[in-house]
Design a protein around this ligand. Structure first.
Ligand code: NAD
Ligand code: TYD
Length: 338
């Protein structure tokens, strides 16, 4: 198969490309704008693979995307590209609208025009919003997005599914819980805390730190996407849950334990506006229909992730130079200790 992978230079997209290049005979063309989150270093392990190609472009450019799909004629589009961070979406929502909504629209239109045989839209459990104990969202759970990020993802999910209903386009949607693992940009909880802990900088805990997230190792996520690509039914949604649900504070204390750093680094800061308290997800449907299961226990995945950040200090230093400092100041500078 020829796969067109959008956002393939980001955290999860690059893990997917490395998986496809290493474990299958499929060819991959990555379409990526290389925003602050896109990094060709993430694709260095596949750079010499003859079945891999890279194209720099914006998914919101309908003509460009349409031409690319016409020329490459992919058997499937796997759509990862997004503005993916809640805090950034709160600070500046416009790129979120452009990429997550207009960008998804352009890709769907290009796929419709050129009759792409499969379109897999990668989404998130955040579209279900915050759930009270003991509820878990299955795929029929109502949408209740809280941030510009999750609202735009929910909108893009509905748009993708409407192309199935209206045009009979072969669309499938996946919704995964919080990912962690190597190559994650240090703006999300786990890589930010690992990176700050290794540098003995304060670890900023939003509010009381008792918000709950369900943690999915990135390679487990990529294997699930590959299963859905092969076996998922058209017009269907598949949740992809992680191996462990934990309060943020527990996760961050575990990072301090693994890195051997003191708990005095924990710093309470002002809470995120509209902060979702708890995400909880069931992937019973995916497990039943494809046989997929998460394979990496959280404790093991976290130790391996810390080791990766320790061993890749140069990668971290490069992504944290320049614009990262401006973002850090903008997001954390005004958050006085709570
Ligand atoms: P990321 O921020 O690490 O990477 C996003 C990639 O998209 C980058 O390479 C970036 O350059 C590219 N991109 C952004 N705007 C673009 C545009 N207009 N045109 C082309 N490329 C563009 O994101 P991630 O964490 O790897 O997430 C990938 C997908 O998975 C997203 O759709 C996200 O919503 C979804 N998701 C993420 C998580 C998570 O925990 N990170 C969980 C569930 C679902
Ligand atoms: P994040 O990784 O941004 O993912 P999401 O908000 O999409 O679930 O955040 C995970 C949790 O960690 C969330 O409850 C917010 C919290 N958090 C902090 O407490 N401090 C931080 O510096 C960050 C980035 C997140």
């Amino acid at each position: 198969m020829k796969l067109l992978v959008t956002g393939g230079a980001g955290f999860i997209g690059s893990a997917f490309v490395r998986l496809i290049a290493g474990a299958t005979e499929h060819s991959v063309l990555v379409l990526d704008k290389l925003t602050y989150a896109g990094n060709l270093e993430n694709l260095a392990p596949v750079a010499r693979n003859p079945r891999y190609r890279f194209h720099r472009g914006d998914i919101a450019d309908l003509n460009g995307v349409s031409q690319l799909v016409a020329d490459y004629a992919p058997d499937a589009i796997i759509h990862f590209a997004a503005e993916s961070h809640v805090d950034r979406s709160i600070l500046s929502p416009e790129p979120v609208f452009e990429t997550n909504l207009r960008g998804t629209f352009s890709l769907l239109e290009a796929a419709r025009r050129h009759k792409t045989p499969r379109f897999l839209h990668v989404s998130t459990d955040e579209v279900y919003g915050s759930l009270e104990e003991p509820h878990e969202a299955d795929e029929t759970y109502p949408l209740k997005a809280s941030s510009p990020y999750s609202a735009a993802k929910a909108g893009s999910d509905l748009l993708a599914l409407s192309y199935y209903t209206t045009y009979k386009m072969p669309v499938v949607v996946t919704r995964a819980s919080n990912n962690y693992g190597p190559y994650q940009f240090p703006e999300k909880l786990i890589p930010l805390m690992i990176s700050n802990a290794l540098e003995e900088k304060p670890l900023p805990i939003y509010g009381d730190g008792m918000q709950v997230r369900d943690w999915l190792y990135v390679d487990d996520h990529c294997r699930a996407i590959f299963s859905v690509l092969q076996k998922g039914r058209e017009g269907e949604i598949y949740n992809i849950a992680g191996s462990r649900s934990l309060p943020n504070l527990t996760v961050v204390k575990e990072i301090l334990r693994i890195t051997g750093k003191p708990e005095s680094l924990l710093t309470r800061v002002a809470d995120r506006p509209g902060h979702d308290r708890r995400y909880a997800l069931s992937s019973a449907k995916l497990e039943r229909e494809t046989g997929w299961r998460p394979e990496v226990p959280f404790e093991q995945g976290l130790v391996e992730t810390v080791e990766w950040y320790r061993a890749n200090a140069d990668w971290v230093a490069r992504v944290k130079s320049g614009a990262y400092r401006d973002y850090y100041e903008k997001n954390y500078g005004s958050r006085v200790s709570a």
